[in-house]
Write a protein that binds this ligand. Structure first.
Ligand SMILES: *Cc1c(COP(=O)(O)O)cnc(C)c1O
Length: 399
């Protein structure tokens, strides 16, 4: 293969059909490179003024009236509809609320109740810890049901049986960056009579996700990672049409009531996905997240996610070309369709490498025991950033 140069990367930037989206986000401080879209994505340029307005005009002047006049009370459904195209979901299928962990708890209880005669929820040992904790605590409450952890998602086919109620997986492995084949796993799950539930925290906004075409039953995900909703942004949940009128609310709260302003003593769930709302939305967090969703609404999603796949492949090619393979081993899959939003490498001293990278103005994350991750957002990453990263990585590997 022809040796890649920085000029090749610059040519790719010049031909990038979605390059203008970068200007919708605050640029990094001079000389810094941020590869932490898997932790906290960049800030939309509109966020400071809209937050200020929410405080001055909303909180200070409108106060209670803001719930109606500024659309605060409708924000979970409105933001859900703005997010839906990004994850291949239809209208009225998604709400923005609570945290990912809480939404997992809600949906695992709901899903288990859809299969009352079955006792097992299958997940994998590599799933994100909070997913396992929240699912386990949900099952403890239900009694007689338990979590079964696979060593590898590849073992799913032989693990599924007539006692499997739910298959609950993360779409992308938070360590390796491996992306699972959602459609194939959903087919297996459906054939076994079980319900699928996916955590999209590391794929929503990073790669193409198509919940409807893949036949997903339930999903949750994070607002503050690749979606760029701000630190601690509210999370989301999705319920497919199949179960939307059928799955009960787990935590009956007034925001999920069919007529919340009736203040009735008895609970009657709202039609559809709204019944999974619990309490008053976290308005200030919603304002920040909506700034990002307004950018997503205008993004040309096909070319955007193609760019994401391509730019991460370029990073892998550059690491192959420039770095000593004994010092940095590529952990993430090389085929873009099997890869999520980050590229993971294994190194001898992960915390030290990421510390030295930070000293050279590169922000990334390390995970035990030996992984360094570069989370790459297609909204604002440039091909030349990959070149500059690899140059600094080589110095950081030498120590
Ligand atoms: C980031 C992440 C979470 C975060 O959960 P919170 O409740 O928002 O803290 C959960 N699951 C996965 C897979 C994640 O990557």
């Amino acid at each position: 293969m022809k040796r890649l140069t920085r000029a090749d990367c610059a040519r790719l930037d010049a031909g990038d059909p979605v390059a203008s989206l970068r200007s919708r986000f605050e640029p990094p401080a001079d000389g810094w490179l941020y590869f932490d879209a898997n932790s906290v994505g960049a800030m939309p340029v509109t966020a400071p003024a809209r937050m200020e307005r929410a405080l001055r005009h909303g909180w200070s002047e409108l106060r209670r009236r803001g719930y109606q006049q500024d659309g605060w009370i409708e924000s979970p459904a409105r933001l859900g509809d703005k997010l839906a195209p990004v994850i291949g979901a239809g209208a009225n299928s998604t709400v923005v609320c609570d945290s990912t962990s809480v939404n997992i708890f809600k949906l695992i209880v709901g899903a288990a109740r859809l299969r009352p005669d079955r006792n097992v929820v299958i997940s994998d040992a590599g799933n994100f810890p909070t997913d396992l904790y929240a699912a386990e605590s949900a099952l403890d409450l239900l009694g007689g049901k338990h979590l079964r952890l696979l060593e590898s998602v590849d073992d799913l086919g032989s693990a599924l049986d007539a006692d499997t109620a739910v298959v609950f997986l993360s779409h992308v492995d938070f360590r390796t960056g491996r992306r699972h084949d959602m459609a194939a796993i959903n087919r297996l799950t459906r054939a076994a009579g079980a319900v699928s539930c996916w955590d999209l925290s590391h794929s929503a906004g990073a790669v193409k996700v198509d919940l409807e075409a893949s036949g997903t039953d339930l999903a949750v995900g994070c607002g503050y990672k690749y979606l760029c909703g701000g630190p601690g942004a509210p999370a989301f949940l999705y319920v497919s049409e199949r179960y939307r009128q059928q799955m009960p609310s787990t935590i009956a709260g007034w925001q999920g009531h069919g007529d919340r302003m009736a203040f009735s003593t008895s609970y009657a769930p709202a039609a559809g996905v709204r019944r999974h709302l619990v309490g008053t939305p976290s308005v200030l967090g919603m304002v920040a997240l909506e700034c990002a969703l307004d950018v997503w609404q205008q993004a040309d999603l096909g070319p955007l996610f193609e760019k994401g796949d391509r730019i991460r492949s370029l990073l892998i090619d550059l690491i192959d070309q420039e770095c000593d393979p004994a010092a940095a081993r590529i952990v993430s899959p090389r085929e873009s369709e099997s890869r999520g939003g980050h590229v993971a490498i294994a190194v001898a001293d992960a915390p030290g490498t990421s510390k030295r990278l930070e000293e050279s103005r590169v922000v990334c994350t390390s995970r035990k025991p030996d992984i360094v991750r570069f989370g790459i957002s297609p909204l604002y990453a440039r091909y030349t950033d990959m070149w500059d990263l690899v140059e600094r990585l080589n110095k950081a590997l030498i120590g």
